[in-house]
Design a protein around this ligand. Structure first.
Ligand SMILES: C[S@@+](CC[C@H](N)C(=O)[O-])C[C@H]1O[C@@H](n2cnc3c(N)ncnc32)[C@H](O)[C@@H]1O
Length: 258
């Protein structure tokens, strides 16, 4: 494919991310995303992933998926949206990518992927769009190899909260105290948060840690980044050896009393 053909494909697709596909061809999305720098700086991810399998959940138009492929990984990208709608297939065509795309729900990973497990799973920008984030983390845990690594990123409570009518919560000290507390706390919105109807949970760091533990994993590192309107946490987790993922509520008699 020559440059003009590639530019035409890019022009005709819809993009959320702005990222360089190849040879100065950029996707014209609103969110500039340097996947290479993010994976290096936040996660210290090796440049050589040859022989590794990777799953990118919530891949959207694919900046992270294609960067993982560039590093030599065998990549499956999963998203609930069609890759024809998001621009993913346009990027794939321009790059001549061998990535596989699965359109599906993270809640059903186990069933959709037939029990395949991965060396690396990316879960970026998704948990706050889910009404059942713990279920998603449980599915991710099952899809992670025993020595695999989860890289995660998402909205957390740091310095900004809204009232349920969408106005900014005025008590900054309370918001900061909840954000920094070791008590696992999450905000939950049935209506829009940051004007987005599909934002539900805004957990604090301690709550994300508990979600991950419930799913049989252990957080191995984390950090924060702030760039209004985002207040975000990123980190890594591994499978906790011997961890059992419990059902929500066992039939009586219960094993333990609570
Ligand atoms: C904010 S975008 C994040 C895109 C990219 N991962 C990033 O971090 O920039 C959230 C993505 O998650 C996808 N998504 C939302 N709910 C999902 C679900 N239940 N299962 C799979 N993907 C989902 C959306 O379609 C969207 O592409």
């Amino acid at each position: 494919m020559n440059k003009e053909q590639a530019e035409k494909i890019v022009r005709e697709a819809q993009w959320v991310h702005s990222f360089e596909l190849t040879h100065g061809i950029w996707t014209p999305g609103l969110h500039k995303t340097d996947a290479k720098a993010i994976l290096n700086e936040r996660f210290a991810l090796p440049m050589d992933l040859a022989g590794k399998t990777a799953l990118d959940i919530g891949a959207l138009d694919g900046p992270y998926s294609f960067e993982l492929e560039r590093r030599g990984a065998k990549v499956i990208s999963l998203d609930i949206q069609s890759p024809d709608v998001t621009g993913y297939n346009a990027a794939k065509a321009v790059l001549g990518s061998r990535n596989e795309y699965v359109q599906g729900n993270v809640y059903e990973l186990d069933r959709i992927l037939g029990g395949i497990s991965f060396d690396l799973i990316l879960f970026f920008g998704v948990w706050y769009h889910l009404k059942h984030p713990v279920l998603a983390f449980e599915q991710i845990s099952k899809a992670l190899k025993a020595d695999g690594l989860l890289l995660f990123e998402g909205e957390v409570l740091k310095n900004y909260a809204e009232n349920t009518d969408g106005s900014v919560h005025a008590d900054a000290d309370l918001v900061a105290a909840m954000a920094e507390s070791d008590l696992p706390i999450t905000l939950y919105y049935s209506g829009p948060f940051k004007k987005d109807q599909w934002n539900w949970f805004v957990p604090n760091r301690a709550c994300v840690n508990e979600w991950i533990k419930t799913a049989g994993m252990q957080m191995t590192g984390h950090g924060f980044w702030d760039s209004h309107p985002h207040q975000r946490m990123y980190g890594t987790a591994v499978r906790q050896p011997g961890a059992v993922i419990h059902v929500d509520n066992p039939v009586w008699p219960k094993q333990s009393s609570t």
